[in-house]
Design a protein around this ligand. Sequence first.
Ligand code: ISL
Length: 588
Amino acid sequence: TDAEPWWRSAVVYQIYPRSFFDADGDGTGDLRGITSHLDHVVSLGADAIWISPWYPSPMVDGGYDVADYCDIHPDFGTLDDADTLISTAHAKGLRVLIDLVPNHCSSQHPWFREAVSGGPGHPMRDRFVFRDGTGAHGELPPNNWPSVFGGAAWQRVVEPDGRPGQWYLHFFDPGQPDWNWDNEEVRAEFDRILRFWFDRGVDGFRVDVADALVKDMSLPDVPIDPRTGRGTLDKSIDNPMWDQPGLAEVQRRWRAIAREYADTPGGERVFVAEAYLPHDRLVQFLAPDRFQMSFDFEFLQSAWDADSLRWVIDGCLAAHARTGSSNDEQAAGLGSMDDVARPRGGDHVDASTATWVIGNHDVIRPATRYGKPVTGIDFRHPEDFDDIATKAMPSDVDLGRRRARAALLLEMALPGGAYVYQGEELGLDEVQVPTDRIEDPTWQRSGHVDRGRDGCRVPIPWGDRQAPYGWSTTSGTWLPMPDHWAELTVAAQDQDANSTLSLYRAVLAERRENPALGAGRMVWEDETSWPALAGVAGHVIAFRREPTLPEPASGSQRGADSRGGAGLRCVVNFGTAPVPLDTDTIII
Ligand code: ISL
């Protein structure tokens, strides 16, 4: 059978360039800072990096408002710096993914500026979504679509004659006008952007809001959410804003471009979708001619509870197993976990697997999130951003950090790929950024959103006993760094065998070395298969990973030597009391 493609069980380390390392001492992270600290990523044992947007941008939304898709933000460096970063990463054995933001650009993008200044009817307006307003004088938006960041998804422009005129669509901030994906010039431009970066050696893209782009262009109203009285962002219904039929065609077009690179160094390029969608919809992105990976946010959104998490994991794996199979009969026959998560050799070897994630630059740091009595944020209803339970509720961070370590072990023992957001390997907690320093538009546009998303974007503490902890030569960092991070720096944890950093290194090393992890088979344990679990149902998640396909070894206890091809057992306690297990097969 073919070799396993690199991305199927890869660990990808997410870099937020503004906050990773500040090499030039201006208080903002930069590409030279990333290049000079790649050894940290190598020492973790990750396979690849994904760099959040590095493009020229007014930074209204942390760079997710792109003014030029084929250049580098001057605060971050130059295209030469990007080339050096890519070649240095490759020389160190790291793949490089960057962020593609295809749903919207910046209102400072030259095409959008021309669309506004050209006035109604100008052909440039068709590359975006301009419409006349409703109401007697066009003073009301074209429909009731809400913005994810609050308010209406429409903004009215001032026309060249100085009067208020048409409205344009923006799913996020008004500084982020949506592209019109029915426009062939837009499609062609993104083809060019993909090739521009692939030709520079980029191995793939994380695709921002991958379930947006194509909308129902008849622009029908969405149903009203009774809780907010506004149009709903709910994706569990057929919502005209999200995941519309034409999306598959765009994804196929991009995958065809990625395939053009199959015979170049680095091989076929990859895409990972960022889409908060129900599983049955999400996995459709993973058909063989579409994307290779898609984040599983259900894990990230789940409560700290063994039963519900097992249910989520089951659902993720079963959905992926079904999608990965081109044999309908076989797919229909998949009933239990014993049937899923097998390596599918031969022509199925490039089938997708789950892509786990416990944190990113949009959500509360796991160490803080898991320390709350209630965990998880329900992004399926972005109105819940303002659910005070998620942010204002106090957190026991010591408990949260221990749980985050357990979550890591669980995540890394599951079949599939995994993403690690910078700082998770240090157990960093969410920072309470003073309100006068907050930059995130979700906070500025809707004051009831408790402090926005800056608290997980604070610069990384590398060394030294006080801020900025070796991150920069200036203390004027773009976000303030907390006093209590002295014990959490890379330097403080580097030689400490019990540190979270050491745990990450050990677990990622195990993943690389143990054939049962990655492509191996997964079998749930319960008290029938493993009597030691009697009485702990609901508190403990346990499963075995096995390196080979044959019959499940029913009843047999695998040995302690996980390298003997015998597999390993993963056990995680979600309860508050210790669970005694007399075995030496446990690594968790
Ligand atoms: O789609 C959503 C809700 O229906 C959102 O959760 C959305 O998927 C999410 O906000 C997307 O985040 C990404 O795109 C944003 C940017 O602010 C985030 O930082 C980025 O991760 C807009 O580009």
